[in-house]
Design a protein around this ligand. Structure first.
Ligand code: SF4
Length: 226
């Protein structure tokens, strides 16, 4: 069993792929893209340690969930654990799997089995690859910038009517105690609205820190100071 280093999870979103999905964001990313909206999740530092079986049970707690979305951070840095997570989840429910990565698929296909990457690729239905490039952020699709490619590694989600590359962007805000999570690939300008709204809610507890918009994939999180 390969434990995962998890930055965050969310059960039941419609903002990161077709249907109702659960998301796991892993901690740690080697790319450091300018404009990444999840800079807290770039460092390779210990976050939440979770076993794949435990995580699978958590992500499937909502019976409406029909898919998993893997993001980060960089999922390929924890490929073996994520492959095991998908296997555990699918032993309970036949979920579809979407995975974001900063690596190009061609390079990933050269990785040896010891990395866990071939195993994870074999479990993924849709891979969205490439780093976030702010200058190529066209405000469309389930990806942060137009250099990122949508690879249907299986046919499972190819004809489901979900326009991965051209759909209008959507995002959800989940509030959990002192934490606010922005889930999805946010439409242009939404991140600043999110930051402002959360800072207003925290009224005077900390200064507003504006951030530039954009990410490979995923989410932004703000927490009230403890
Ligand atoms: S945008 Fe994605 S690939 Fe780039 S630094 Fe952030 S998490 Fe890593």
């Amino acid at each position: 069993m390969t434990a995962l280093n998890v930055a965050a999870t969310h059960v039941g979103t419609e903002a990161l792929g077709p249907g109702v999905r659960s998301v796991v964001w892993v901690q740690g990313c080697p790319f450091r893209c300018a404009g990444c909206i999840a800079p807290d999740w770039i460092p390779d530092r210990p976050a939440r340690r979770a076993e794949p079986a435990e995580l699978a049970e958590e992500l499937l707690a909502d019976p409406r969930v029909t898919g998993l979305t893997l993001s980060g951070g960089e999922p390929m840095q924890q490929a073996a654990g994520l492959a095991e997570l998908v296997g555990r989840a699918r032993s309970t429910r036949d979920v579809s799997v979407i995975c974001f990565t900063g690596h190009r698929l061609e390079r990933l296909r050269t990785r040896p089995p010891t990395t866990g990457v071939p195993e994870l690729l074999a479990a993924v239905d849709v891979l969205i690859d490439g780093v976030y490039v702010a200058a190529l952020d066209d405000g469309r699709g389930l990806r942060g910038s137009s250099n990122q490619r949508i690879h249907h590694l299986t046919g499972r989600l190819a004809n489901c009517g979900y326009d991965f590359a051209g759909r209008p962007r959507t995002a959800e805000i989940a509030v959990d105690g002192p934490q606010a999570l922005l889930i999805g690939v946010p439409p242009t300008g939404l991140l600043d609205v999110f930051d402002t709204a959360v800072d207003a809610a925290l009224a005077g507890t900390r200064p507003h820190t504006p951030r530039t918009s954009g990410t490979c994939s995923h989410t932004s999180r703000k927490e009230a100071p403890s």
